[in-house]
Design a protein around this ligand. Structure first.
Ligand SMILES: Cc1cc2nc3c(=O)[nH]c(=O)nc-3n(C[C@H](O)[C@H](O)[C@H](O)COP(=O)(O)O)c2cc1C
Length: 260
């Protein structure tokens, strides 16, 4: 640890695990002993207010060019007390639009000062084997970049004591959130009722009845596709024309961006 930072809180929401991988790599790059990890994918995890001499690194996936509202529900309103934070958006190779700005704004409201921001790419939740979108990402290069970002955050904290308001890309008003369509992934005939989809769902939208049938509450489903990616049988599917649209238009590789 250095003189300025005495503890680090690494907070992430990550239904399909890409934001978690990025968060861990950033954590490695920070090279600190006193790192607390708060995975808020399945619940609030009681995030405490932050002492002034702490750093919070906050990592969220991008949904519709925004931060998913469930992220802020899970995060709650911890008081930043003027402590530093780094904000990170992980998106599926289309764009992160206003997500990074929204994350920075929300952390400012909670009393944090944003020292750095970054965007990374993760396999798109709607990616399919026959129409891959950022498949396999974050890859080795992305994870090296994430580790490097962690190192640069610490370097900035150690060398720039009085930093001003950080500019991050994005617009006010934020991109409009479209109403969710009444759709959700479905379990097909090859479902073996193992229940992994049930336990993978961050919003508890999936249940297994005594006859081994899977039920999905469409209103609770956020389309995160954790259930699709975790299914060992490939029996859970989410068929959306959007996958082809993404594959046709957003297959060209994008790369991480840092803002200091
Ligand atoms: C409902 C929904 C909306 C999404 N919207 C976007 C988007 O606007 N832009 C984008 O590039 N990726 C988008 N994605 C893809 C995710 O941001 C991406 O797959 C991310 O890596 C998922 O993070 P996780 O693995 O931590 O769950 C969306 C995914 C979902 C489920």
């Amino acid at each position: 640890m250095n003189n300025i930072i005495n503890s680090v809180n690494l907070i992430y929401y990550s239904p399909t695990g890409t934001s978690r991988k990025i968060a861990h790599a950033i954590g490695d790059g920070l090279k600190v002993n006193n790192l607390k990890e708060s995975d808020i994918t399945f619940g609030n995890n009681l995030i405490e207010s932050s002492p002034k001499d702490s750093l919070t690194v906050i990592v969220s996936p991008v949904y519709g060019g925004r931060i998913p509202s469930i992220f802020f529900e899970r995060l709650g309103t911890p008081n930043g007390n003027g402590a530093m934070c780094a904000v990170v958006a992980v998106y599926g190779n289309r764009h992160y639009d206003d997500a990074l700005l929204e994350l920075k704004d929300e952390m400012t409201k909670r009393g944090f000062r944003t020292v750095a921001a970054a965007s990374f790419i993760g396999e798109h939740s709607f990616s399919r084997d026959n129409m891959p979108v950022a498949a396999g990402r974050p890859d080795h290069y992305d994870l090296c970049m994430a580790e490097h970002f962690g190192k640069e955050v610490m370097d900035k904290i150690n060398t720039v004591p009085d930093f001003g308001d950080l500019w991050v890309p994005g617009n006010h008003p934020y991109k409009e959130i479209k109403p969710k369509q009444p759709v959700a992934p479905v379990s097909t005939d090859s479902c073996c009722s193992c229940g992994l989809c049930v336990s993978s769902c961050p919003t508890h939208a999936i249940s297994l009845d005594q006859s081994g049938n899977i039920h999905t509450d469409i209103d609770k489903c956020t389309l995160c596709c954790a259930c699709v990616k975790v299914c060992p049988q490939g029996a859970r599917v989410f068929d959306t024309p959007f996958t082809k649209f993404l594959f046709d238009n957003f297959s060209e590789r994008k790369n991480p961006e840092f803002y200091f």
